[in-house]
Write a protein that binds this ligand. Structure first.
Ligand code: PGA
Length: 260
């Protein structure tokens, strides 16, 4: 299951002032110098700091992502940012369908799919978030909810291969996580759902997100079907974020990458 090196993404949400954002980006770099290509690492700052963070990351292997976009390439949409603009700003990835957008902005899976298509069209890849609420989990609907979200949010396979992030809503920012068995089971199911939707399982990256910390990262990232992680709170501290990246990579790979 799953493709390539682990993919670790920091979602900075609506945090950090200008100097803090630049400083955080600069601080992560030395921690990850020996990682090389053993892990792919991205940070997703607020839109307004993309330029500053891009400058701060210059010369490093850390790539840039954004947290949302508008489905249209341009137009009379006050306050919105388009996918081609994010490409201009140096982004390679855009998170869409985060539960905070689905819940607080009422975004539907159909809108998320349009955004994901716009992201592919602009030459980037979407990170499409899916996940169940506490009530849905309690009602035993986790897989049904995710199946519906994937079917409705993921563009046709010929548009490109999205990154999927499984984020149980109740685990986000709560310090709670599903058991390792549950995470492995849901990730295996997501791989299966994506295969039904026409994707090759081996080409997929399904990230886990929700209260990933340095203390639990290694065991979560070692699970079958977990190809990386989407990190909120812990991505705001350079040492915690770097520790999670390092936990995703077998030590031998670090040495190999470092000596390459
Ligand atoms: P958290 O957030 O790591 O703070 O739980 C994850 C996310 O919302 O992407």
């Amino acid at each position: 299951m799953g493709a390539g090196a682990p993919f670790i993404v920091g979602n900075w949400k609506m945090h950090l002032r200008r100097e803090e954002a630049s400083l955080l980006a600069r601080s992560i770099i030395p921690y990850l110098q020996d990682i090389g290509v053993a892990a792919e690492v991205a940070v997703c700052p607020p839109f307004i700091w993309l330029d500053a963070v891009k400058d701060a990351l210059e010369g490093s292997q850390i790539i840039l992502g954004a947290q949302d976009c508008h489905p249209q390439p341009e137009g009379a949409y006050t306050g919105d940012i388009s996918a081609p603009m994010l490409r201009d700003a140096g982004c390679d990835y855009v998170i869409v369908g985060h539960s905070e957008r689905r819940t607080l902005h009422g975004e539907s899976s159909a809108e998320i799919r349009e955004k994901a298509e716009a992201i592919f069209a602009a030459g980037m890849a979407p990170i499409i978030c899916v996940g169940e609420s506490q009530e849905e989990r309690d009602a035993g609907q986790t897989i049904a909810v995710i199946r519906e979200q994937c079917a409705a949010s993921v563009p046709d396979a010929q548009k490109g291969i999205p990154v999927i992030a499984y984020e149980p809503i109740w685990a986000i920012g709560s310090g709670k996580t599903p058991s390792l068995d549950e995470i492995a089971r849901v990730h295996t199911e997501i791989h299966g759902i994506m295969v039904e939707l026409g994707f090759a399982s081996g080409a997929l990256r399904v990230l886990y997100g929700g209260s990933v910390k340095p203390g639990n990262a290694a065991e979560i990232l070692a699970l079958p079907g977990v190809e990386g992680a989407l990190i909120g709170g812990a991505s705001l501290k350079a040492d915690d974020f770097a520790a999670i990246v390092r936990a995703s990579v077998p030590l031998d790979n670090i040495r190999t990458a470092g000596s390459a």
